[in-house]
Design a protein around this ligand. Structure first.
Ligand code: FEO
Length: 172
């Protein structure tokens, strides 16, 4: 069982994670359109990761004996001025998601929902990684500036990213 406030907040977070997947898929389409296949690959993996985040919460809500309610997903932007502008938006968005996760933890503490609090700790750690990986690409892009050779080098690096589904929770 989840308290009403907690259930509403988890449903909202599922929507936020799905929007994140939508945003990164839109960025993948943008990178495909400018022939930066490695950047596109990074975005595809990121979108898959976001769907995994959404499903993790989705499953947790069921595990707690409640019903998930899906809401409409907002339309993301479809183009950016440059790869750097896109990655700056990734970082800004991840910082926003971090604030949502922090709010969820605050609510779990307020509601004395220890199970939700423990569950959310995984997301706290994940957000540190999410922000760091976006910032890493931003720093590399700033180093190469307008240099095409540098941009293609980053593209090749980002092309190696592979999304791997984490193993199923043995306790689930
Ligand atoms: Fe699911 Fe990128 O936070």
């Amino acid at each position: 069982m989840l308290k009403e406030k907690m259930l509403t907040a988890f449903n909202k977070q599922i929507n936020a994670e799905m929007y994140s997947a939508y945003l990164y898929l839109s960025m993948e389409a943008y990178f495909q359109s400018i022939n930066l296949k490695g950047f596109a690959n990074w975005m595809r993996a990121q979108a898959q990761e976001e769907m995994m985040h959404a499903m993790k919460i989705y499953d947790f809500v069921f595990e707690r004996g409640e019903k998930v309610t899906l809401e409409a997903i907002d339309k993301p932007e479809s183009s950016w001025d440059s790869p750097l502008a896109a990655f700056k938006e990734v970082l800004k968005h991840e910082q926003y998601v971090t604030s949502l996760i922090n709010d969820l933890v605050d609510l779990a503490i307020e509601e004395k929902d220890h199970a939700s609090n423990i569950f959310l700790q995984w997301f706290i750690t994940e957000q540190v990684e999410e922000e760091a990986s976006a910032d890493e690409v931003i720093q590399r892009l700033k180093l190469v500036k307008e240099n095409n050779a540098g941009l293609f080098m980053i593209d090749a690096q980002l092309g190696t990213r592979v999304f791997t589904m984490p193993p199923a929770d043995p306790d689930a």
